[in-house]
Design a protein around this ligand. Structure first.
Ligand code: KG4
Ligand code: ZN
Length: 328
């Protein structure tokens, strides 16, 4: 069978990334230009600055991706691009660029849902992983427990009723003075602390999540005592968040009798959360999967991987493709 080479493009937030992936599973290159240093000064992503930065770097990032993969555009079978969800101005840079590339080269354009990309990151790290499976998507903008029924097809079983888990990490980090990006900073500091502080965890009848109560409790504790041990705060925050995540996953595993859970999204890079799921794997004798670190956070290899399965279905986009910031 002929190899299928997909060029992936990702610009939904603050990473400009272009990747080349073979047969949906083998990464030939994955160039990521992070804007973290630029946004750090502002304590978070400034959408207008993000769009401008994508425009400046996307062409050199694409060239580098082709060079590292040792191919030319002629060798590419399809151009996959994130068209949502994300920041509209940021998405538009990638979508416009991909459309121009598709028009100029005559290669088919493939529209990828960013969340399917996060799930597809696991197909790269785990070459034998195939749907169906349960998946917990934990990112900066989303917290969804889903059943992945097929490649790029899933149904939502539970979702957050307030903050996304990554958003809660970022807010906690900002309030206690760790700065941006919050997730990795909380992750590191928590390793030096003990989870000694009790935090309120809301349980729902269904499989929904809530993180704002935990986040607000942390903010109030820090406000009452600015000298409170920050490492203990981080460790306690991670413990409460993890209890909520693992709790719902345990319930859905029991309800469905399934024995596979896949983690996806930036927060699945968190050490404490990974340890907790590894523990669950042993306790319940189930399989737990998560992507290798660099594929958890935004990158174009995962977009190319998801795009490959659209390519296989012959699911191509027209040159009228638009960015859809609230894509479900
Ligand atoms: O998936 P992602 O790269 O972008 C979105 O699609 O949202 O996720 C970014 C989120 C941010 O909130 C970031 O703080 C969080 O993932 N994150 C982490 C870690 N690394 C990134 N959260 C906890 N621990 C980490 N090590
Ligand atoms: Zn993402």
């Amino acid at each position: 069978m002929k190899d299928v080479i997909i060029l992936g493009i990702e610009t939904s937030c603050d990473e400009t990334s272009v990747a080349v992936v073979k047969n949906g599973r083998e990464v030939l290159s994955n160039i990521i230009n992070s804007q973290i240093n630029i946004h750090t000064e502002f304590g978070g992503v400034v959408p207008e600055i993000a769009s401008r930065c994508h425009t400046e770097v996307i062409n050199p990032v694409m060239k580098k991706a082709l060079k590292e993969a040792e191919i030319t555009l002629d060798d590419v079978d399809g151009i996959a691009v994130t068209y949502g969800p994300g920041l509209v101005g940021a998405l538009l840079v990638g979508v416009s660029y991909a459309k121009a590339l598709s028009f100029a080269s005559g290669k088919p354009l493939i529209a990828v849902n960013h969340m399917n990309g996060h799930i597809a990151a696991n197909y790269i790290t785990h070459p034998n992983l195939k749907p169906p499976f349960l998946c917990l998507i934990i990112s900066g903008g989303h917290t969804n427990l889903v059943r992945v029924t097929d490649y790029n097809a899933s149904e939502i079983l539970g979702k957050t009723r307030d903050d996304a888990v990554g958003e809660a990490f970022d807010k906690v980090a900002r309030v206690i003075g760790l700065g941006y990006p919050g997730g990795p900073k909380v992750d590191n500091l928590a390793k030096e602390g003990n989870p000694t502080i009790e935090l309120p965890i809301t349980h729902f009848e269904n499989l929904d999540f809530s993180f704002s109560g935990i986040k607000t409790a942390i903010i109030n504790l820090n406000h009452k005592d600015p000298n409170i041990n920050k490492a203990d705060l981080c460790a306690s925050f991670e413990k409460a968040v993890t209890e909520m995540l693992v709790g719902n996953v345990k319930r859905v595993l029991e309800q469905t009798g399934e024995h596979k859970i896949v983690l996806a999204g930036g927060v699945s890079r968190n050490c404490f959360i990974r340890e907790a799921f590894d523990h669950l794997s042993q306790e319940k004798n189930i399989m737990v999967y998560y992507p290798e670190g660099i594929l958890c956070t935004d990158n174009a290899a995962m977009i190319a991987a998801s795009g490959y399965y659209e390519y296989e279905k012959g699911n191509f986009a027209g040159l009228n493709l638009n960015a859809v910031p609230n894509l479900k």
